[in-house]
Design a protein around this ligand. Structure first.
Ligand code: NYM
Length: 212
């Protein structure tokens, strides 16, 4: 590698935990400190696969549960060449949801094991850092707009939260839990510090493969 690679930084959490706000603030802060940084989000609703997912989430169409799980995964895989290219160019990627949301949301449905849900995402670029924005689902629900899309019920979200807890037991992933019930600035300061450290740590390491 001729230049230092960028870090792959993921923010995860239940709906309305503040991930998007924090991703935007992190990208801005990294850029202001002279680093190259870009935001990505999953699902990426702009692709053909992403449009199918978006229509499903907005309840404009129905898809069979295994099928939509595989579409969410395919929506990540279709971005892998671009992600690798940017990381190798030294661009830090700040990603709003990744495979962990994929597993947590589908495995919250009856009859889906964590293992089955993980399989399609095995081998994706491995995040250098995954920050889990921890808020009680009741707090998230009060933050507004909750309840407009599929999955946005407090019962489903608390099952999703339990699945995330199970995923965080996996020590092969660099998880950090952030108390996201605090002010936006307090949460941001923690996220920024952890991100700066991991950017420094990852720059000379190869990009890993998730769950393999
Ligand atoms: N979601 C997101 C999944 O069910 N599987 C996935 O793989 C991913 C990435 O889609 N409720 C769910 C979580 C959210 C919704 O919401 C996307 P948003 O607001 O676009 O992050």
């Amino acid at each position: 590698m001729t230049c230092r690679r960028g870090a792959l930084i993921v923010l995860e959490g239940v709906d309305r935990a503040g991930k998007t706000t924090q991703c935007l603030k992190l990208v801005q802060a990294l850029q202001q400190s002279g680093r190259e940084a870009e935001m990505m989000r999953f699902p990426d609703r702009t692709t053909v696969i992403g449009e199918l997912i978006s229509s499903y989430l907005m309840k404009k169409s129905n898809l069979e549960d295994h099928t939509v799980h595989l579409l969410f995964s395919a929506n990540r895989w279709e971005m892998v060449p671009l992600m690798k290219q940017k990381l190798e160019q030294g661009i830090n990627l700040v990603v709003d949801r990744y495979a962990f949301s994929g597993v947590a949301f589908t495995s919250a449905k009856p009859g889906f094991s964590l293992e089955w849900c993980r399989n399609p995402d095995v081998g994706l670029p491995k995040p250098d850092l995954v920050m889990f924005l921890q808020v009680n689902p009741g707090v998230a629900e009060k933050r507004g707009e909750f309840g407009t899309e599929r999955y946005e019920t407090s019962f489903f979200q608390s099952t999703v939260h339990q699945r995330f807890e199970e995923l965080m037991e996996d020590k092969s992933v660099n998880w950090r839990v952030i108390d996201a019930a605090r002010s936006i600035e307090e949460v941001h300061n923690d996220i920024k510090l952890l991100s700066e450290n991991i950017i420094h740590f990852s720059e000379n390491q190869p990009i890993g493969m998730l769950w393999s």
